[in-house]
Design a protein around this ligand. Structure first.
Ligand SMILES: [Zn+2]
Length: 317
């Protein structure tokens, strides 16, 4: 067990990092904006962030774990094409290990969040778990038989690209598919439904917010739903019901002990999760439908913790 690992969650807009102790406590959190940085500047910033953390942590760091918004090819260690990061095709762990003089491990951010919830959050102790992170898309990961399931080349766990409508709209970014789950049950889907309902219900809180010049983003819709605005509640519940359909397929395939829902929209809590539970209880096979659907516990720390937990998965480091 290492004395201390550094976890770095290198997202499309910001870098979050922290020193993580063997009990998975996060110390010396650090944040940097990375929007618009090209490859060299981004790597330089990551190196500087790790150096700053080593300085402030003040004791020995054994290794560094990274999470990237892209797939990592398990055969080559190279970063796959990711629209959210300019790191495509470099052997990221090797490059960073050389620059940092420390062992470096890397995985995609969805897997890291799932690993964190399994080691220190809502899925702790589960042998099999499905973790869904609802944000701009749907990320997440699979814990199967106590370990992250990465597939033959590292591409497994792309839960948001489960196709649920064979004639649906084209997917986004690098996905050539149609009708993928994340088109229906992510942050942008919530905004789309809330905008539609605001137009249909001029008396609603959603419509008043638009009339006041406020932009209907996920946090505002969630806030209005918590305040009891019926249109906002309906928008959140609609996304929850669709989420329940996605969960149905996942539990039928993987028969997990628990399903964990994280990401920005999950702050809606049971307003989102209750319709998801109802939908999935109605649809799932009886052999699978008992797994509880719960909110993630680690919030913004999940990426950093999961990156550090990557280090702790490696015996001998
Ligand atoms: Zn897709």
């Amino acid at each position: 067990m290492p004395a201390r690992a550094i976890g770095v969650d290198l997202g499309g807009t910001k870098l979050l990092a922290g020193a993580v102790d063997p009990s998975l406590g996060v110390h010396h959190r650090l944040q940097r904006t990375v929007t618009g940085l090209q490859q060299r500047a981004l790597l330089d910033m990551a190196v500087a962030a790790v150096a700053a953390l080593r300085e402030s942590a003040g004791d020995e760091v054994d290794a560094v774990g990274f999470g990237l918004p892209a797939l990592i090819d398990r055969r080559t260690g190279r970063v796959g094409v990711g629209v959210h990061t300019p790191l495509a095709d470099i052997p990221f762990a090797d490059v960073m290990a050389e620059r940092l003089g420390l062992p470096v491990f890397v995985d995609n951010d969805g897997n890291n969040s799932a690993l964190a919830e399994h080691r220190a959050g809502a899925a702790r102790g589960a042998t099999d778990a499905v973790v869904l992170t609802l944000g701009t898309g749907i990320g997440g990961g699979l814990i199967l038989d106590g370990r992250i399931y990465r597939g033959s080349r590292g591409g497994a766990g792309e839960l948001g690209h489960m196709e649920i409508d064979f004639d649906g709209p084209e997917c986004r970014d690098n996905c050539p598919g149609r009708g993928c789950a994340e088109l229906y049950a992510s942050g942008p889907a919530l905004v789309r439904e809330a905008t539609r309902l605001a137009g249909e219900r001029p008396e609603s809180g959603l419509a008043r917010a638009v009339a006041d010049g406020r932009e209907l983003l996920g946090p505002l819709v969630t806030e209005l739903a918590h305040d009891g605005d019926e249109a906002a509640v309906e928008a959140v519940q609609l996304i929850g019901s669709r989420l329940g359909v996605v969960i149905t397929s996942l539990v039928n395939i993987f028969n997990p002990e628990i399903v964990v829902i994280g990401g920005g929209i999950s702050t809606a809590g049971d307003l989102l999760l209750e319709p998801a539970r109802e939908e999935y209880q109605r649809r799932a096979l009886r052999s699978s439908s008992w797994a509880p659907v719960v909110a993630a516990q680690l919030g913004n720390d999940a990426g950093v913790l999961g990156a550090a937990a990557l280090v702790m998965e490696r015996p001998g480091i």
